[in-house]
Design a protein around this ligand. Sequence first.
Ligand SMILES: [Zn+2]
Length: 225
Amino acid sequence: MNFYKARNDLGKRKRFSRGVIVGEFESTLTRCSECGITWSMPGFGRWFNDMTYNLRIYMDRDHHPDFSGVSGYPIVSTAAKTMLAETFSNAVDFCDIEMVPAESLPEELKKEIRTRNGSRELKNISNTPPQYHRLLLKHGIEADYQKSNIELAVDCAMCGFKRYVTTGSSYIRDEPMYLIESTWKGYGVFNVECRGNHLFCTEKFVETYKQNKLTGLEFEQVQLV
Ligand SMILES: [Zn+2]
């Protein structure tokens, strides 16, 4: 059995669109007094798995892939959702997203984008974004952290926050990862705890993706132990 890590294809001749969160994240959690991490920040991703959170996004351009992302979390087109629901239904869950067209963006946000990224960036924003869906991966596989050169840098007993890093670095570098084959539960698509938002998959997933002519991913074979 071969396993693969999927990474986002940014687009060859024309760049693919990415999702960007509209508006402030509504915080329900506060800063942890033990580890100092504020969970409410979008970057920490808890909102992504919160099915009740109404995610509102715009797409930063008009070339839309089937697999894209928002703040590093996977979002999929309706075609990709259909394929996943048909072939890998026990491995995934979905949640709808509110798509905001360029013309409906709040004036304040437009001003902010113009100031930060220039008016060209603003002009690129899609006015006809297709419907995307949050993709939640329900199952995991374990990695050999020692062999993969990864360590758990923060493991807060109080709030449960975990941060994995590549040894000697402050984040996880894009280096070869070793997965433990015996921990695979038989699903076609799954994640690895230290890379919670990254999609890993089997050869069957890669084949189905290609048969359905889906776009937005590139696959790299991973090592097994
Ligand atoms: Zn904490």
